[in-house]
Design a protein around this ligand. Structure first.
Ligand SMILES: Cc1ncc(COP(=O)(O)O)c(C=O)c1O
Length: 407
């Protein structure tokens, strides 16, 4: 670590750095953490508390760190390696236990990133000029992957119902479909709105896609961070037809805070779709990935369960902190997410334009959040706050916001 802020040192001393608390504070500024290093470029200052990019300011599980250390200690050769069947089986076991999704080994293959596999799947399953359905607001690379691969976006706005729950409108969506519409990019659970799509919603979407011969690319990277009483349902698991019609993108990056290992998997039950995808995959020649990522992946899915249970408890407690705070600050509306560690804050009552809203958060509150507009037109007036932090960091951030609002 090149530099350590004084604040960081004080926090380490006050809140412990000796591994007693899994969700302890760890100073990340001065490391190459994207969330911290890009502050100057994104927010014009190094002083904001960064709560934007979706990784956690929480240590990766001990079982992962230990497995990597052991591999380095006991086998000091880092040549080409393939991802072992036991690594895939670890993920298959996790998916069976946590999501009731029975995956066959041959359906799975490695890819370095979920976003990269979205691009690969788009190229494999559609032609230039074809249309791809994307719901707005959504994780920004959903838009760029479609545009950068010379396909057309069909934007379907998600709207809040009377209870503030985001919904798609299946009839309106049906009317947007043309003979050129070939793909639906589904975010399930959905970033940034935190929805866990219900069985009825997924069945309706699935039926529409089957009726119009539209393939589904379902990004399920957030599927393990789900809060009671919600349950994630992989759309591919709903019927034989949907199994054959869907490419599901999975990965341990969010679940175990190991995005830096660049490892994910693509699940393609249909032989025809798999062939098309593999052809595209071979063009970019990513091979089978990195030795230490394989080790980390297997360790996480094999031994990460108790850590994951505690993580979800910790994040639930953080949601309560935000809820309580928002009750006392009704100008910022918050509906607890059903999944993800991202709070989608409705700041419209502040009466600021999107530029002023962002400036307010950066300059007045000292907070680096993701502006709602970066997730699409429907995100106007919102800010996305990443609450995967130790509880006191969240409280400090909300205190800053409180002072800015009172100023
Ligand atoms: C919905 C969604 N998909 C994919 C990613 C990134 O995945 P990867 O780092 O594997 O490309 C993110 C990260 O925030 C995400 O929210």
């Amino acid at each position: 670590m090149k530099q350590k802020s004084i604040l960081g040192l004080i926090r380490c001393t006050l809140y412990g750095k000796n591994g007693m608390d899994e969700f302890r504070f760890i100073e990340r500024s001065g490391s190459n953490a994207e969330k911290y290093t890009l502050r100057q470029r994104l927010f014009g200052t190094e002083t904001v508390q960064p709560m934007w990019v979706a990784d956690m300011d929480i240590a990766t599980p001990e079982c992962v760190i230990h497995a990597v250390q052991e591999r380095l200690l006991h086998h000091p050769i880092l040549g080409y390696e393939i991802m072992s069947d036991s690594a895939y089986e670890a993920q298959i076991g996790w998916m069976r236990e946590h999501h009731g999704f029975e995956i066959k080994r041959e359906w799975l293959s490695y890819f370095p990133s979920v976003v990269a596999s979205i691009g690969c799947a788009i190229r494999a399953l559609s032609e230039e000029g074809d249309e791809v359905i994307v719901m707005d607001p959504v994780y920004p690379p959903f838009y760029s992957m479609v545009r950068d691969n010379n396909r057309h976006l069909i934007l379907h706005p998600l709207k809040q119902d009377d209870e503030g729950i985001y919904r798609f409108d299946i009839n309106a969506l049906a009317s947007q479909i043309t003979p050129k519409t070939k793909l639906l990019l589904l975010c399930s659970p959905h970033n940034p709105i935190g929805r866990v799509w219900s069985r009825d919603e997924l069945n309706a979407l699935g039926a529409l896609c089957l009726e119009h011969n539209i393939r589904i690319i379902s990004d399920e990277i957030h599927s393990d961070i789900v809060f009671e009483p919600h349950r994630h349902l992989p759309i591919a698991a709903l019927s034989e037809e949907l199994l054959e019609n869907t490419i599901t993108l999975l990965g341990p990056g969010k679940t175990f805070n190991m995005a830096g290992f660049s490892i994910s998997t693509v699940c393609i039950p249909s032989e025809t779709l798999r062939e098309a995808y593999d052809k595209e995959r071979h063009r970019v020649h990513f091979g089978d990935g990195a030795v230490l990522s394989h080790v980390a992946f297997e360790a996480a899915y094999t031994a990460g369960k108790s850590w994951h249970t505690k993580l979800v408890e910790h994040l639930s407690a953080n949601i309560k902190i935000i809820e309580t705070w928002c009750e006392a600050h009704p100008r910022i509306k918050f509906r607890p997410p059903e999944a993800t560690y991202l709070a989608w804050l409705d700041c419209k009552s502040l009466g600021l334009g999107d530029r002023e809203l962002r400036e307010f958060f950066v300059c007045k509150a000292g907070l680096g959040l993701s502006p709602g507009l970066s997730f699409g037109k429907e995100g106007s007036g919102f800010m996305r706050l990443n609450f995967a932090v130790p509880a006191f960091v969240l409280t400090e951030a909300l205190d800053r916001l409180d002072r800015a609002l009172n100023d």
